[in-house]
Design a binder for this molecule. Structure first.
Ligand SMILES: [Fe+2]
Length: 334
């Protein structure tokens, strides 16, 4: 127990993460020790009881600023302005409570594992990603606040620890990923696995939309630990990737390796399943975790979650790089 908060680690049912109970309201005092606690806990913090943010959204921004110098402003470079908070443009709305919302993920097929358990492992559970990995430099941390979550057992967020998964890799796989780069694609650019499986020809993309290489074994800039850094179906490039230098496409050597790595990454012992309660804030480190969401009934239930994205400390390998996603005046190329 510090003066600022009480820490219970790990998170229930998981081998990583921590629950943090703040001693004071964040309007009164910002808990400056949180970034260290996040790193010590393997990149995932649950801070319950922050209901105050719903009435004072600016507080989520103040909390986010503890974790890094730059908070993404969603007024820029996003076409879906209806998904941006009306008074705090650093808040992105993950919701079905607006027109043209992004539909929730599908349920796994089959819905349960062979032994009747809740499926977490890829490929039965899909959608595993780390936020904005198609950008260089990629972001550091995301904060997610539950304004109006849906009932339990739906609309959950699942996390897998890339640090635990990397440490447990068999030696041969560890050697294989040591200098390997994944090619990450921006969803919507037509480079996803289902596009490739359907035999589509990807559209030309503007330079700022290009798929970006990222290390598969990524060294965390704060802890120095290596973590698996990888996504799957819609956030890898299945035309030129998923890996640089391996046979490309959805049926090649690269695809086989990705399936093997993602299945390992999401083994149940590396997972935390979060059931949301109104007022929860989750803080996660995109440099060492992947996450995915689960289904809810968007026709019958209403869900409103607020997200901020923090960047500024991606690690030495990105030093001096310009932001890959900012459009410059270049011609469109194929
Ligand atoms: Fe995400």
């Amino acid at each position: 127990m510090s003066a600022e908060f009480e820490i219970v680690s790990p998170l229930p049912g998981a081998a990583f993460g921590a629950t943090v109970r703040l001693a004071k309201s964040i309007a009164e005092e910002l808990p400056n020790g949180l970034p260290k606690t996040l790193a010590d806990a393997g990149g995932l913090l649950l801070i319950p009881g922050l209901n105050q943010i719903a009435a004072e959204p600016e507080l989520l921004l103040r909390l986010s600023r503890l974790f890094g110098p730059e908070i993404e402003d969603y007024r820029y470079l996003l076409t879906s302005q209806h998904l941006v908070h009306e008074s705090v443009p650093e808040i992105f709305l993950v919701t079905n409570m607006v027109a043209n919302y992004r539909p929730p993920p599908l349920r796994p097929e089959p819905p349960l594992t062979a032994d009747g358990k809740f499926p977490v492992q890829y490929p039965q559970r899909k959608g595993w990603h780390t936020d904005q990995s198609y950008r260089r430099p990629p972001p550091d941390i995301s904060l997610f606040f539950a304004v109006n979550p849906v009932a339990r057992e739906r609309g959950q967020t699942l996390f897998a620890s890339g640090t635990l998964a990397y440490d447990a890799l068999p030696a041969a796989l560890k050697a294989k990923v040591e200098n390997l780069q994944g090619l990450h694609a921006q969803p919507g650019t037509g480079r996803g696995r289902s596009d490739a499986e359907a035999g589509k020809t990807p559209r030309p993309f503007s330079p700022h939309e290009r798929s970006q290489p990222q290390p598969v074994a990524r060294t965390h800039p704060v802890t120095g630990k290596k973590a698996l850094y990888l996504c799957e179906r819609s956030q890898m490039d299945w035309f030129d990737g998923p890996f640089v230098g391996l046979q490309p496409g959805p049926y090649g050597d690269g695809a086989r390796l990705l399936d093997e790595l993602m299945s390992h990454y999401t083994r149940p012992e590396f997972i935390y399943v979060h059931e949301w309660t109104q007022g929860d804030v989750l803080v996660w480190d995109n440099r060492c975790l992947v996450h995915t969401a689960t289904w809810y009934d968007a026709d019958k239930e209403q869900r409103m979650m607020w997200r901020t994205t923090v960047r500024g400390n991606p690690g030495a390998i990105y030093a001096g790089e310009e932001k890959s996603w900012v459009p410059r005046k270049e011609p469109v190329t194929a």
